[in-house]
Design a protein around this ligand. Structure first.
Ligand SMILES: C[S@@+](CC[C@H](N)C(=O)[O-])C[C@H]1O[C@@H](n2cnc3c(N)ncnc32)[C@H](O)[C@@H]1O
Ligand code: SF4
Length: 374
């Protein structure tokens, strides 16, 4: 349940355009901002390497934003800087995110040279009308081409993101997207239920009744269908939103869910190291001015928060929460500590306990089940 691994997350906050639903720390940059950012990021990597570089890095995730919008050679420069200042495991998994329409053959070659072993593509949907609502500037063919480009340069571990519960999305749209996606030569699929983030154009359109979300019942059906269809086609669910062919689970995400250490580098990046959480500033100017001294919300974990986080993260996975491991980790007695909530959830048939492991039975409502523990 507890990972001893050490991961790096590198944030690239730039996109070609802003999607209607997205509130990630990302924007459409000016050329000078890109240059300034790469310099600041390298400065942060060097300083971080001096502080904590003695640990063995077991996975790297370059996310965003859209890393594939960076100018040629930037990813090689960034990864060279990482390898110079950190000890990186030879077989380290290096994932990079890309939009299907910003991932051509040159990018694929560059990422291969930078040592990227895994590609994550944001497809979202096969349906043009859904891509339009999401303000996505690509189509399904772009995604197929991007995958071919990656395979050409031997990047074979490929994830595709899709979204469920989008306004105007029908069950037919979901079925068509899934049917097409499982035929792609990929190893991993993330299926995210739309989160209506405040102050995004999509949420405003919903609030103004210009668009409406699919009814809750349909959203549940979409998720259930997705789980069953993907499992039937060789992608097994190992976390609420994540499905993989056997052996292709995301190493980086597994480390998060097992509460392993990770260092976030770049604008707005989160870190968890030596029992402390913090986040880099999300203010671009502030970051560029001082990328090594821009940490905020520094919070030392307590036994209570560590327990809560362990329960929350473990119950999101299909592996579940191992009671013996929990008891050893906290020198506690899980069954006694949570007796009343466990009795309630068992009675309502929302969880199961088998061979000393607790699992949630209906992942779709996992948030409300997990909330019962706090
Ligand atoms: C941070 S994005 C990075 C990938 C890349 N920028 C892209 O969008 O293609 C990772 C994924 O998060 C998902 N996502 C982003 N905002 C979301 C939201 N509000 N609700 C659900 N999923 C979301 C999308 O599926 C997206 O592909
Ligand atoms: S491309 Fe990805 S990060 Fe950029 S705005 Fe769209 S969802 Fe957000």
């Amino acid at each position: 349940m507890l990972s001893s691994k050490f991961a790096l997350y590198i944030h690239i906050p730039f996109c070609v355009s802003k999607c209607s639903y997205c509130d990630f720390c990302s924007f459409v940059p000016k050329e000078k901002q890109v240059k300034d950012y790469i310099n600041a990021l390298k400065k942060e990597i060097i300083t971080a390497g001096q502080r904590v570089g003695g640990r063995l890095v077991t996975s790297v995730y370059i996310g965003g934003g859209t890393p594939s919008t960076l100018p040629p050679n930037a990813i090689v420069e960034i990864m060279d800087c990482v390898r110079e200042h950190f000890i990186v495991l030879n077989a380290c998994s290096v994932t990079i995110e890309a939009n299907p329409n910003t991932f051509d053959k040159n990018k694929a070659k560059e990422y291969m040279l930078a040592g990227c072993s895994r590609l994550s593509l944001g497809l979202q949907s096969h349906s043009p009308h859904i891509l339009k609502i999401l303000n996505r500037a690509h189509n399904f063919d772009d995604c197929e081409k991007a995958i071919q480009n990656a395979l050409f340069y031997n990047i074979q571990d490929i994830n595709v993101d899709i979204m469920l519960g989008v306004p105007n999305q029908t069950m037919k749209d979901v079925k068509e997207t899934l049917k097409r996606v499982v035929k792609l030569p990929i190893t991993h699929i993330s299926a995210y239920g739309l989160i209506c983030e405040p102050n995004t154009p999509l949420t405003r359109s919903i609030e103004q009744n210009k668009l409406s979300l699919p009814p809750e019942e349909l959203a549940v059906d979409m998720y259930d269908y997705t789980v069953k269809f993907l499992e039937k086609n060789g992608f097994y669910r190992y976390e609420i939103s994540n499905f993989a062919k056997t052996g292709y689970e995301s190493e980086h995400n597994l480390n998060y869910w097992k509460r392993g250490s990770y260092l976030g580098l770049g604008l707005g990046a989160h870190s968890f190291l030596d029992g402390t959480h913090w986040q880099n500033t999300e203010n671009f100017k502030e970051y560029i001015k001082n990328p090594t001294l821009c940490q905020k919300d520094i919070e030392r974990e307590t036994i209570k928060t560590a327990k809560e986080e362990t329960i929350m993260l473990a119950l999101r996975t299909t592996q579940g929460l191992n009671i013996k491991e929990y008891n050893e980790m906290f020198d506690g007695n899980f069954l006694q500590e949570y007796r009343s909530v466990l009795e309630k959830l068992l009675k309502e048939n929302l969880i199961e306990i088998t061979n000393g492991v607790i699992r949630i039975k209906n992942m779709y409502i996992s948030n409300s089940i997990i909330a019962e523990f706090f």
